[in-house]
Ligand binder design. Sequence first.
Ligand code: ATP
Ligand code: LTN
Length: 334
Amino acid sequence: MENTARKKIIFSGIQPTGIMTLGNYLGAIKNWTLLQEEYHCCYSIVNQHAITVRQDPKALRENTLAAYALILACGIDPEKSIAFIQSHVSAHAELSWALSCYTQFGELSRMTQFKDKSAKHPENVNAGLFTYPVLMAADILLYQADLVPVGIDQKQHLELARNIAQRFNGIYGNVFTVPDGYIPKAAAKVMSLQDPTKKMSKSDDNPKSFIGILDQPSTIIKKFKSAVTDSETCVCYREGKDGINNLMSIYSAVTGKDYDAIAAEFEGKGYGDFKVAVGEAVVEELRPIRERYEQLMQDKAYLESCYRAGAEKASSIAGRTLEKVYKKIGFLPK
Ligand code: ATP
Ligand code: LTN
């Protein structure tokens, strides 16, 4: 009989490539915190993914600690969830190598993130950028994750992870759980405030295009006031109104109001009022996170004890899966 009592397992990761944005928060991390009440959750700062783009070593070290502190500040409780740094658990790189031998060149060539990032960094189209989704599959499959909370931009990578798992299981029997995505209804893809046809991204060169989770309230309001919209006046969700649609989805994700309620609230009012309301709602959502982050960064010893304990717990789970995989493949035991 199937064991229906097993608590589901969640895995997700975020790269320490700069200050996290409102997109990262609404698209992913907010769900991370909600899920930890009901599930076994593993969350990782994926610094090995980050080096697919050239990083300054000192900045990478600092950003890794900052990202770790930030996920705790957002509400990840290191007692409830396993929160760790990817490079501290060697099984990720090891499984990634094995899985790369079960992934086709053609599959990786179709990944849109690879195409985008290689166009953005033509001077450094390295093999890691190409095999990035295999490492991501290893991250997820090591923990036998059932659900992976991510923004919609990661859907294609997730589909590949499912394909790799199914292929491996097809050859060797039931080794991996086949994961499903967990994508939020509102704000699955927060768009740039300056070009609402583009994803809000923390590596965007124009800081006005994104809201950093740690931005000061006055900066947040200023950025929303200068958000690009359209030449109409109606606050309503409609095709072609990319800027307003984006602001509505942010407002909806933060306040829980649906689009009809938002349209009614701003009927007869201009975009100016709406932009300020969105800004203020976001300021209030982010204020406690910024305050908690500042406290946590004062206590490096605490952060260190958390990520060490996290790595230990993660290693023990990941090690078990890796051992099973090695055995199935036919690697002679040590
Ligand atoms: P970069 O912009 O530097 O490529 P990124 O922010 O897209 O990085 P990650 O830091 O790895 O990439 O993203 C972590 C999580 O945040 C992922 O689940 C991703 O789907 C989500 N995410 C990123 N940007 C957005 C966005 N604009 N809207 C919604 N979710 C997002
Ligand atoms: N590729 C993801 C980050 C990431 C991830 C993961 C997300 C790496 N490994 C495992 C979920 C599960 C991105 O957001 N760019």
